[in-house]
Every structure is written in C-alpha cells, then in structure tokens.
Design a protein around this ligand. Structure first.
Ligand code: FAD
Length: 249
C-alpha cells in the first residue's frame, strides 16, 4: 500500500490528505498543534474538492482612488509595494465559492485520528522521504529546508471592520472590499459568512505574510511542496493542494 505523510494539518494539508485517502493510500499527518490551524483573514474555498459543502457567493468591490488615473491593480501594487500582477488585475465582481470553515471541520473529523502531534524538524526530512512513498509538506518552506531564503512582506490583520465601514452598505452579502486609496491604512476588508476581517498596512494583532518567491529546486522527487507556505508562493489557494496530490497519485 502507498504510504503518504502530510506535514501540517491546516486546510491545505487536510485537502492533500483527502486526495491521498481517496487514492487508497495510507495517510499519516503531523502537526505541531493539531486541530488549531488559524486561518487569518481567510475567505472561502474556490473549489469544493468533491466535498458536500455549503456554497458561498462572494462579491468583490474595489474602492479605487479617483485622483490617481492608473488602473486599480496598479494603485494596489503601489499601496502594498507588491508586483502589479496581483489579484486585483482581473478581479470578477462575483465569485462562487464554498464554505472553508465547514470544509476544515469536516476534514478534521475525518483525519484527527491519523494526525500525530509532532513538530517536524529539518533533520527528519531525509528519513521521511525514505520511509514514505510520498511526503507532502504544507509548513513554511524554511521550516523544512532552512537554507532556502524565504522572504516576505508583512501586513497586519484584525477581526472586525475598519472605522467608518457600515455593513448596511452590503446587506447580508458576502463581500471582499479592496481599498487602493493611500489615505486609508487598510487595503482589504472581508465579511464571509458573518466573519469580518480587516487587513491593513500597520494595525492589527495578526500577522499576514505575502511571500516573495525563493530561487529553489526541490531535491527530492517524492517530496511535494504545496500550499502557500509549503511552496512559499504568493496567490496559492487552498484547494490546489488537493488537485496536486490527486495528480501525483
Ligand atoms: C489574508 C489571506 C487570505 C486568503 N484567502 C484565501 C481564500 O479565500 N481562499 C483560499 O483558498 N486561500 C486563501 N489564502 C491562502 C491560503 O490558502 C490560506 O492562507 C490557508 O489558510 C493556508 O492554509 P495552510 O494549510 O497552507 O497553512 P496553515 O493553516 O498555516 O497550516 C499549516 C499547519 O502546519 C503546522 N506546522 C507549522 N510548522 C510545523 C512543523 N515544523 N511541524 C509540524 N507542523 C507544523 C501548523 O501548526 C499549521 O497547523 C489566503 C491567505 C491569506 C494570507
């Protein structure tokens, strides 16, 4: 039987475990704090990965700065000091998504007995790739392979809405509001299934890292680096881990 080990039991690791389980593999997960992954500012799944999940319709709204004649995605890039090739570039007004918290709860129930509380250290990697047919890592890349220079730009987030924001504007709709105006210190507000997050440049007790991709070649053919932190890559979405494992097995 194919043996798969998944490092990190956040939503990406659990979706990877699902794909491996569905392929008939024997799955083991390791997490330093099992069942406690905190999705900061997190929104929704962009694909249900075959799970029976509540659909979530999301409206994207951009508050652009009219005094700046450049495109909103370029204003956003300037405000956040990120590349112009960002998520605002071709942002659709409406997105069909799926309830991510529900997916996490469902998957955690399915895999909690196969998840060991264990902090994986870089020195273990060699024995893991030897002992398993496939090792899937979703933990921050530099925690697994410390020589890789993983940088990132740090932002802040807090639960709740920015000052002056009125929910009456959006009714009961799920929204993600982008604000490119330099006069505001927040750049994104979201309210999905009633959970409100504000992401800002400076204020907030949660940290959000936008990874800057390292130059790095994975030396192990049976090691799959997946998820935003596992790949250390901007823009990676949770459901991609499910399809990457599915494709490999
Ligand atoms: C603001 C923001 C919004 C996002 N919105 C979306 C969205 O709408 N949809 C979407 O699909 N994606 C979104 N993402 C991207 C990404 O899917 C999410 O960040 C997602 O929560 C990441 O889940 P994860 O499982 O990769 O990481 P985590 O939830 O961080 O899980 C990693 C797990 O690894 C464990 N761990 C860490 N180190 C070790 C170690 N050494 N040994 C063992 N265990 C360890 C941790 O305890 C944790 O449980 C967003 C990201 C950000 C920052």
């Amino acid at each position: 039987m194919t043996k798969v080990c998944v490092i990190g039991a956040g939503i990406a690791g659990l979706l990877a475990a699902l794909a491996a389980d569905e392929a008939g593999a024997e799955v083991t997960l390791f997490d330093q704090l099992p069942g406690k992954a905190t999705p900061v500012g997190l929104h929704y799944l962009h694909d249900p990965c075959g799970l029976d999940l509540e659909p979530v319709v999301v409206y994207n709204i951009v508050l652009a700065d009219d005094s700046d004649k450049s495109e909103p995605h370029l204003q956003y890039a300037k405000k956040l000091n990120i590349p112009g090739d960002n998520s605002l570039k071709d942002l659709p007004l409406r997105v069909d998504g799926w309830n991510l918290q529900q997916a996490y709860n469902l998957l955690w129930e399915r895999f909690k007995d196969r998840c060991e509380e264990h902090t994986v250290e870089p020195k273990q990697l060699k024995s893991l790739v030897k002992g398993y047919n496939m090792v899937v890592s979703t933990i921050p890349l530099q925690r697994l392979i410390p020589g890789v220079s993983c940088f990132g730009r740090e932002f802040k987030a807090y639960l709740g809405r920015p000052p002056g924001m009125s929910r009456a504007l959006y009714g009961n709709n799920n929204v993600v509001v982008y604000n490119t105006d330099m006069d505001y210190d927040w750049y994104r507000y979201s309210c999905i299934n009633g959970l409100e997050w504000t992401e800002g440049l400076v204020k907030g007790d949660h940290s959000i890292i936008k990874p800057i991709e390292p130059e790095f070649k994975n030396p192990y053919p049976n090691l799959l680096l997946t998820g935003r932190w596992g790949k250390w890559k901007r823009g990676v979405l949770a459901h991609e881990s499910y399809y990457e494992v599915k494709q490999r097995l």
